[in-house]
Design a protein around this ligand. Structure first.
Ligand code: ADP
Length: 154
């Protein structure tokens, strides 16, 4: 099953939005394959945001992403990377469409509630960064036939 890596950022934890976000994930029919709380540090953020390390705002990213513990999740489902990116919305919450997590809960280009992997390839790298293999579970919910038609779950 395709998987994606999600981080509920300090902006979600501090604002008590965890239940709301998980409710949306479950309502959509995405499967939770791994989930834990952890405290990020600059070392792991330098890996995770390697494409932004040289930006002048990188210290601000570190400050905001280490302000509280985060919850990391691995979600499974057909095309789940693209599905959850669409549910997340564009980077700046002020530009994000209503109905998306950022569009409904964020007014910020930084404190934007969640991280979502942007490609299948990066999702694999990111899940390996945040989870041990034994922390990812490959179960299929018993009622899977009510989420997908025949042959749709890949
Ligand atoms: P996305 O999270 O939508 O995939 P990026 O990979 O470009 O976007 O950026 C990663 C994160 O870095 C953003 O979600 C945001 O928290 C932070 N960020 C991006 N651009 C800025 C900026 N100009 N100023 C402050 N923080 C930023």
């Amino acid at each position: 099953m395709e998987k994606t890596l999600v981080i509920l950022k300090p902006s979600a934890i501090a604002r008590c939005l965890v239940g709301e976000i998980i409710k949306r994930i479950e309502n959509r029919g995405l499967f939770i394959c791994g989930m834990k709380m952890m405290q990020l540090d600059e070392n792991i953020l330098r890996q995770h945001y390697a494409h932004l390390v040289d930006k002048p705002f990188f210290p601000s990213i570190v400050k905001s992403m280490t302000a509280t513990p985060v919850i990391v999740m691995a979600l499974g489902g057909t095309d789940v990377v693209e599905v959850f990116r669409t549910m997340t919305g564009v980077t700046n919450g002020r530009n994000a469409a209503p109905g998306t997590l950022r569009g409904d809960f964020s007014m910020s280009g930084q404190a934007n509630i969640v991280h979502a992997s942007d490609s299948v390839e990066n999702a694999k790298i990111e899940i390996n960064r945040f989870f041990k293999p034994e922390e990812i579970f490959e179960y299929i919910p018993a009622n899977v036939d009510f989420y997908y038609g025949d042959g749709e779950l890949k």
